[in-house]
Structure formats: structure tokens, C-alpha cells
Design a protein around this ligand. Structure first.
Ligand code: FES
Ligand code: FES
Length: 174
């Protein structure tokens, strides 16, 4: 017969203090050791633009920037982000760095329900930060980890392609 160690229950309420800079603000919070970053962002910090979809790294709805690189917030424990700089869709929006992408998505109807859109924008921002003029193939490849169940990808690829072109013509991000 397998015994049950009641002392293990003592750890159930344990919390860990975590500090990070989120969207330019220093934040400290108490989290459960196994709480994922996406749950912390949404449920503790009320940054609900980051979505929880598959929660297994497949759909891209939870993408945020961690120290300048896109990461899946569903695949990280919050404690792993201790000391990091995190930028969510809210911060990227407020700073204006993705304003041209957002405007182009809007102009081309590259979203319907919008559930996938924050992750799409975080990923598009990452792509254009690294590749000035990606081909349509490059864009499709970069978006291969972002699922959209309503729009279809053509308008999304068109929007990112148009922004890449416009940034080159204007000499940089708007
Ligand atoms: S919720 Fe993280 S990849 Fe789907
Ligand atoms: S716009 Fe609805 S999932 Fe992409």
C-alpha cells in the first residue's frame, strides 16, 4: 500500500517573492513556485492582453518579450523571470513601437476575434527587429507557431510585409 506524506501539504501554500520590470515599471509579487508566467501576468498583474490558449507552447497566444526576445509565457514559471525585463502587448502598445503594425493589421482586417493578435504582433515585432526585409516565406515561417482560427493568414502576412516595406522606405520603425 502506498503511504501519503501529509507533510507534503505544507508546501502547498508556499509563495516566492519575485521582482521584475514589466512594461518599464518595477514590480514585486508573491507567487506560487509552479505558477506560470502567463497566469501571473493575467491573474496577478491584470495584463490580460497576453492570452492563454494551448498552454503547451504550440499556439503563440501567450508570447511576450523577455529581455528583448519573444518567449512563451505558458512555458515559463514566473520565478524564472525573476530579475528580467518583460514587455507585454500592453507595454509594446504604450511605447508605440508596434503602432505601425497595429495600424496595418487594422487597415487590412488582419484580425477578427483578436485572440491570436497580441501573440501575432509580438512575433511580428520580433521578426522585423531581426530581419529588415523578410520575404513572404520568411513571414509565414516566423508565424508558423502562431495559430489563428478565424482570419486566415493572408491578410496577416500582407500587413507584416507592408510594414517591413514601409519601414525601409521611411528609414526605420515609425
Ligand atoms: S498558450 Fe502558450 S503557446 Fe499556446
Ligand atoms: S483573429 Fe481570431 S484567432 Fe486569430
Amino acid at each position: 500500500m502506498i503511504g501519503f506524506d501529509e507533510s507534503l501539504l505544507d508546501d502547498a501554500d508556499e509563495t516566492v517573492r519575485v521582482r521584475f520590470t514589466i512594461n518599464g515599471r518595477k514590480v514585486a509579487c508573491e507567487v506560487a513556485p509552479r505558477e506560470t508566467l502567463v497566469d501571473c501576468l493575467r491573474n496577478v498583474l491584470e495584463l490580460t492582453g497576453t492570452h492563454a490558449g494551448c498552454e503547451m507552447g504550440a499556439c503563440g497566444a501567450c508570447l511576450v518579450q523577455l529581455d528583448g526576445r519573444a518567449v512563451h509565457a505558458c512555458l515559463m514559471f514566473t520565478v524564472q523571470a525573476d530579475g528580467a525585463r518583460i514587455d507585454t502587448i500592453e507595454g509594446l502598445t504604450e511605447s508605440g513601437v508596434i503602432a505601425d503594425l497595429q495600424a496595418e493589421f487594422h487597415r487590412r482586417n488582419a484580425l477578427q476575434c483578436g485572440f491570436c493578435t497580441p501573440g501575432m504582433l509580438v512575433n511580428a515585432h520580433e521578426l522585423l527587429s531581426q530581419v529588415t526585409r523578410p520575404s513572404r516565406e520568411d513571414i509565414r515561417d516566423a508565424l508558423s507557431g502562431n495559430y489563428c482560427r478565424c482570419t486566415g493568414y493572408e491578410a496577416i502576412v500582407d500587413a507584416i510585409d507592408a510594414v517591413a516595406k514601409a519601414r525601409i522606405e521611411s528609414g526605420g520603425p515609425t
